[in-house]
Design a protein around this ligand. Structure first.
Ligand code: HGY
Ligand code: MN
Ligand code: MN
Length: 409
């Protein structure tokens, strides 16, 4: 049995780091808040009997050896960075649950063949640089120097921010794990939707993870006088953008699993009495079906090009990240199912609309995910909440699942 009281106390303690006036949490990568959070999580890892290290790109890695030291490790983890003014469960629960599983095994003297690692991955959210899953990409060996050139709103690159934090972006190759050294990756995460709540279930097993495509759309027109420029003589990029956004929403509504979000928008020069010269917005487009996502993307881009031709403005597209949807391992889903039955829990399978670090391991190792119910399906919001009981139940299921995975040779 895991210790739900300890898990909950740690969740609350970690949730205080980066807390905002309105109750949300902001912990961006390579900031003071993240450094404090890492120090606290490192202390939990040490209490759990793990050796603790930080790799070249800032992944925080706790490790507990098994009887077979060079056997492939079973990985657990998630992230401790957040979106701006986000919740205190997204990511944090997965890291703390992994630590709780290992600490329980240590306390109960449970020995196991395979080593176990718990990882707090660097910058899963992409909130600061518009490019996410940095740490898991590094571990999967797919992070490139070009990726580290992405800049935050102050113009600082990921590599510069890493160096400022005492990390070694020039050594990203050292962060890459050998696939032969990894048996499986299992992550506990809040659902961030309301499927489990609608089913009146505390936990669920993830069948697959929808892939996020992030793009930046820049529409360039002609600045002009708001009072002296007749409507038919304008080249207004913001009006073009608004027409395009309406089409994007209408298109997304056609497909059952497709979701489209315009999360950021900026207008230049930004004068009340100035027709804008430029409108920039981001598109987050996701589906569990990559082919369908591609078709929708093509239709949206074609529509935007037509609107801009008609309005005499220019449009440019920049892909910030393109992550393929990833199915979860059948074997791990069956292992979770068997653990559910052993614990007397209902087994329920569902896809993940949200992206997660495990997606980076699609060509690297078998992945599995366990979801914990989100109250009202709210996430990326200060009101994000999962109950103490549900977090305990999800962690108990993670514990039973990992116990199965660490002993089959
Ligand atoms: O964007 C996502 O789906 C995740 O929260 N990073
Ligand atoms: Mn998130
Ligand atoms: Mn997350």
């Amino acid at each position: 049995m895991i210790n739900p009281t300890r898990l909950w106390a740690r969740l609350m303690e970690l949730g205080e780091i980066g807390k905002q006036a309105g109750g949300g949490v902001t912990r961006f990568s390579f900031t003071e808040e993240e450094r404090k959070a890492k120090a606290l999580v490192s202390s939990y890892m040490a209490e759990a009997g793990m050796t603790v290290r930080e790799d070249a790109v800032g992944n925080l890695i706790g490790r507990k050896e098994g009887r077979q030291q060079d056997a492939p490790a079973v990985l657990m983890g998630s992230h401790i960075d957040t979106v701006p003014n986000g919740g205190m469960f997204d990511g944090a629960l997965g890291v703390l649950a992994g630590i709780e599983v290992v600490q329980t095994m240590s306390e109960q003297g449970i020995s196991h063949d395979h080593p176990i690692e718990v990882i707090a991955f660097t910058d899963e959210e992409g909130s600061r640089f518009g490019f996410g899953m940095i740490g898991s990409r590094a571990i999967a060996g797919t992070l490139t120097d070009t990726d580290l050139e992405q800049r935050d709103e102050n113009g600082m690159t990921i590599a510069q921010a890493m160096k400022e934090s005492g990390l070694h972006p020039e050594l990203i190759v050292d962060a890459a794990k050998d696939p032969a050294a990894v048996k499986a990756y299992v992550e506990l995460h809040i659902e961030q939707g309301r499927v489990l709540e609608n089913q009146a279930l505390a936990i669920g097993a993830v069948s697959g993870i929808a892939g996020p495509l992030w793009m930046k759309w820049t529409i360039t027109g002609e600045a002009g006088h708001a009072g002296a420029t007749p409507m038919n003589l304008r080249k207004d990029p913001l009006m073009a953008a608004s027409e395009i956004m309406q089409f994007i929403e209408a298109e997304a509504k056609i497909y059952p699993n497709l979701v489209a979000t315009i999360g950021q928008i900026s207008v230049k020069p930004g004068g009340v009495n100035v027709i804008p010269s430029e409108a920039i917005f981001t598109l987050d487009l996701r589906d569990i079906d990559e082919e369908l996502r591609r078709k929708a993307e093509e239709k949206m881009v074609a529509y935007a090009q037509q609107v801009c031709r008609d309005r005499g403005v220019e449009v440019a597209f920049e892909t910030l990240q393109r992550v393929a949807p990833v199915p979860c391992s059948e074997i791990i889903q069956r292992t979770i199912e068997a653990a559910c039955h052993k614990l007397g829990m209902t087994y329920f399978s569902l896809p993940s609309g949200a992206g997660h670090d495990g997606m980076q391991f699609k060509d690297f190792c078998p992945i599995g995910m366990i979801f914990v119910r989100s109250q009202d399906g709210i996430s990326h919001n200060p009101a994000e909440w999962s109950s103490r009981e549900d977090c305990g139940e999800g962690t108990e299921l993670l514990y039973e699942t990992v116990l199965s995975l660490v002993d089959e040779m």
